[in-house]
Write a protein that binds this ligand. Sequence first.
Ligand SMILES: Nc1ncnc2c1ncn2[C@@H]1O[C@H](COP(=O)(O)OP(=O)(O)OP(=O)(O)O)[C@@H](O)[C@H]1O
Length: 217
Amino acid sequence: MTAMHKGLWLRDVAIDLAGVRLIALDAEVAPGAVLTVMGPSGSGKSTLLAFIGGFLDPVFTARGEARVDGVDLTALPAEERRAGILFQDPLLFPHLSVAANVAFAIPRHEKGRSRRRAIAEAALGEVGLADFAARDPATLSGGQKARVALMRTLVSHPRLLLLDEPFSKLDATLRGHMRSLVFDRARAAGLPVVLVTHDKADAEAAGGACVRIGDDA
Ligand SMILES: Nc1ncnc2c1ncn2[C@@H]1O[C@H](COP(=O)(O)OP(=O)(O)OP(=O)(O)O)[C@@H](O)[C@H]1O
């Protein structure tokens, strides 16, 4: 039996595209810690997140393990991996209110409309958006949308966070606030984080290990 590792454990990960090795990686990320992944455009950073999250395009061939607290995610379908994913765009559902966007991600075992609404509103309150619950997401600022997207991810009780340049569209001040918020929340929840970024300041703020992939390492 394999020993149980807390946090994320990437073991012998190898991802090929058209017979060419794109990524070869071994890494460990402790609960609440951040692994920053940097590298040139096209080097495979988003592909690594897709491998872990379970949305790898079939054009790639991949092997290796991605375990969280001992559970091999690669043996699970994407919907059971419980990867919390944030992209550059917040991708809020335009036809739902801000609160309904967050409530959408709450696990099904939380029954009842009012209970789900209360969870969503409490989550919004934690990031200073209690008064925005009924708003149309299109009326929010970029920083507000980013906070809604974060809370929508966190209420889903993810096992880990996969961040694909989530701060890159924010201005410098907001970027700093959002980084602290995301890393603080990940630490509080004990979630390992994989952060893809081009920004060295992101890597420094993350404070954990940094791996470079691609040809300019
Ligand atoms: N569906 C696909 N079919 C074929 N090739 C793909 C597909 N998706 C990605 N690729 C290729 O795989 C390689 C890695 O792409 P990926 O998006 O992971 O790079 P990246 O490091 O995240 O780039 P960027 O920094 O520009 O976002 C690139 O060469 C890309 O063109």
